[in-house]
Ligand binder design. Structure first.
Ligand SMILES: [Zn+2]
Length: 338
């Protein structure tokens, strides 16, 4: 159930391809090119219609040959049979290229008659075809640090079941962030089908950079998410509302935090969750009553170590009483992200 980071990343890379929409492309054309149904692409990306925007990154599920969702022979068979070539850029290593295409270094050596690992910038490499048909690793969306950064080929958190996007122009992030947020919300909904709609605050703007009201949220790795209440407060989910031991749906809120924290061991998963220390105290007390072992709680909550101690995935941050701020790690090998 808990794959190692390397393994989780390989699975992730194999399951999705990032496709950046180019001028003049349609959803149906993209679906055809990847041998997917329109519906599978819509579902993966939370699209309700056929409208897509130039420059937006779509996650393409594995519909092609060998894909888990293989639906039919792709029309792009001719393209798929053409050899894939990669021109070596400065600073690239054989292992990095292998990782990017989801193949092994040994495969690359065999296909290119290489003896060792020495490659030169400008050199053209043949990428083993069957492996190249699998997804290349999704890299390079988040640039810089959350407090001074930007976003390239942003992915977008689309409207979906169970949550409200408060500001649609601030719903951009990395593909990893969008993927994990949708997974966690879906999982919380399955476990708590009666929970009310969740408020989603700001992610980043489409190009990243400074965002009013925040110091971070610049590089697509941050998202503010509301809490679950026993009784939905009036005005929520259009606005965040302060949570307390008295008004929170502890069960659903705890599930959400636990599920986000569980992605911390995956590549590109959660780095830190900011939440006020007093709310951590309330969650801790509730979880102990439910019989959650202290050893489990220690890996998730900073409480009771002290509000300035480096312990757990959840960390105290002043004023975070009405939402959690979830920050995701840089994917391994992404040199622009820090
Ligand atoms: Zn925030």
């Amino acid at each position: 159930m808990a794959p190692t980071p390397a393994r989780a990343n390989a699975q992730y890379a194999r399951h999705y391809t990032a496709h950046v929409v180019k001028k003049g492309e349609s959803l149906s054309g993209i679906a055809r090119a990847y041998g997917c149904s329109i519906k599978s692409i819509q579902e993966t990306n939370g699209l309700t219609g056929a409208k897509i925007r130039r420059g937006e990154a779509l996650a393409i599920p594995p519909c092609g040959p060998g894909g888990a969702l293989a639906e039919r022979e792709p029309r792009s068979a001719a393209r798929a049979s053409a050899p894939v070539r990669h021109r070596v850029r400065k600073g690239e290593s054989l292992s990095r290229i292998a990782r990017a295409y989801g193949c092994s270094v040994a495969d690359l050596r065999a296909h290119n008659g290489l003896e060792g690992s020495v490659i030169m910038p400008g050199q053209e490499l043949l990428i083993p075809r069957s492996e190249a048909a699998k997804a290349p690793e999704i890299l390079g969306q988040s640039v810089g640090v959350p407090q001074q950064g930007r976003l390239v080929n942003a992915s977008r958190l689309r409207p979906g079941k169970g949550y409200l996007l408060r500001r649609p122009e601030r719903t951009y992030g990395t593909s990893q962030l969008v993927h994990y947020v949708r997974e966690v919300i879906g999982s919380v909904r399955t476990q708590h089908p009666k929970a009310h709609r969740l408020a989603i605050g700001d992610l980043s703007s489409r190009l990243g950079g400074p965002l009013s009201g925040h110091r971070s949220h610049q590089s697509g790795r941050d998202i503010d998410i509301g809490l679950f209440y026993s009784k939905r407060p009036s005005g929520y989910p259009d606005e965040f509302k302060p949570g307390s031991a008295g008004n929170l749906d502890m069960d659903a809120t705890w599930t959400m935090i636990k599920e986000f924290a569980a992605t911390a061991k995956h590549d590109g998963g959660v780095e830190v969750i900011f939440l006020d220390y007093e709310l951590q105290r309330a969650l801790y007390a509730w979880a102990r009553k439910q019989g959650v072992p202290r050893t489990t709680l220690r890996t998730i909550l900073q409480y009771p170590s002290g509000r300035w101690e480096d312990a757990g995935v959840v960390q105290h941050y002043p004023n975070h009483v009405d939402h959690i701020h979830v920050r995701f790690k840089c994917p391994k090998g992404d040199k622009g992200c820090s």
